[in-house]
Design a protein around this ligand. Sequence first.
Ligand code: DOR
Ligand code: ZN
Length: 406
Amino acid sequence: MIIKGGNVFLDSRFVKRDLFISGEKIVSSSSGEVIDASGKYVVPGLVDMHVHFRDFGEEHKEDWRSGSEAALAGGITTVFDMPNNKVPITSKKLLDQKRDKVSSKALVDFELYISVNNSNVDEINENKIKFVKLYYGHTTGDNKVDDAGDIFKRISKDIVIVVHAEDNRVMEENRKKFDVSEKRYHSLVRDNKAEYTAVKDLIGFAERYGNKLHITHVSCKESAEMIKNAKKRGVKVTCDTCPHYLFLDDSLYDKIGNRAKVNPALKSGEDREALWKYLNDGTIDCVCSDHAPHTLEEKNRDYENCPSGFPGVETTLPLMLTAVNEGKIKLEDFIPKMTTAPAKIFGLERKGQLKEGFDADVVIIDLNKEGAISGNKLQTKVKWSPFEGMKTQGSSVRVIITDKVY
Ligand code: DOR
Ligand code: ZN
């Protein structure tokens, strides 16, 4: 296959050239089908390092086929799936079972997280696992951790610890202060302090014990500032944020009520704008969707019974490209955040670049293609979006994943 005449992303910049694919690899020359990419941008298949593709008793929300289709629609060719399934993935055996079941349904490449807790650290160390998820604060599913410091101390220092950072004690205190009838209650309980208190503790552990720490879905300015400073001190910390923290804020409750529930909670407009600054100055390494589908029926329930989370795997790229068109970030600064950066952090040796020998995961982007986000048109089973009605400019028009064209 030859992808002809596009602007190809190579070594952090775009160059006009042809790209050759043979079998499952990028090669130096080939013949065969020609795909015209003139006027388009040719980038590595995107890596979304944080999704919840459900299945396993929650297939009414999503399964690996619908989740994959949604990913492909959004230019994503590799996903990292979270372990908070109905039966949480806390052992090598459960991880292997999940991998077996998922393999036959997945249309995209994938990696699976195991959930670390105080009792499975030895098992994780013994099984050469490369990365784990740690639920520092309580969220959807049963993933309780009693003593995070003990985990950081005992876990192998090669393992990347991906953390959901919200502090349970701060949230408990906040619950006493506010009434559940308040429109923005969720954001008042899960406030900036809840997140940055956790971030501070976690950075402290990583600094003390020398771990590789990745803080996922950073939602507020104080957390980002702490991470920036920790990086300067040489702490091995990386982080990501998601489109809902970059494009939405706590005014969303006025529009869609409880449906705006997500963990971490949406923060202020000031936080939203600050995150763009930290994205541009390199503090925030990656962008991911935290695709966490729940049905509209579930999301329309009262506060206590409404689950937290937004679908997002197929809206991430069009939203980020819209931001590129608006001048909020350069295309060549955004693309690494879903390609080279996650590949480097998680040690994906054949992903994230369009160099010879790398996997032939390629996305062709039309930066001018206009659209509007409409839940009904999405591939996800849940058919709603917190970004409903937002106009977008830019999207993937072709996805090639190891020889298949979508
Ligand atoms: O909002 C969220 N939803 N945050 C999480 O941490 C979990 C996720 C889910 O699984 O629904
Ligand atoms: Zn998540």
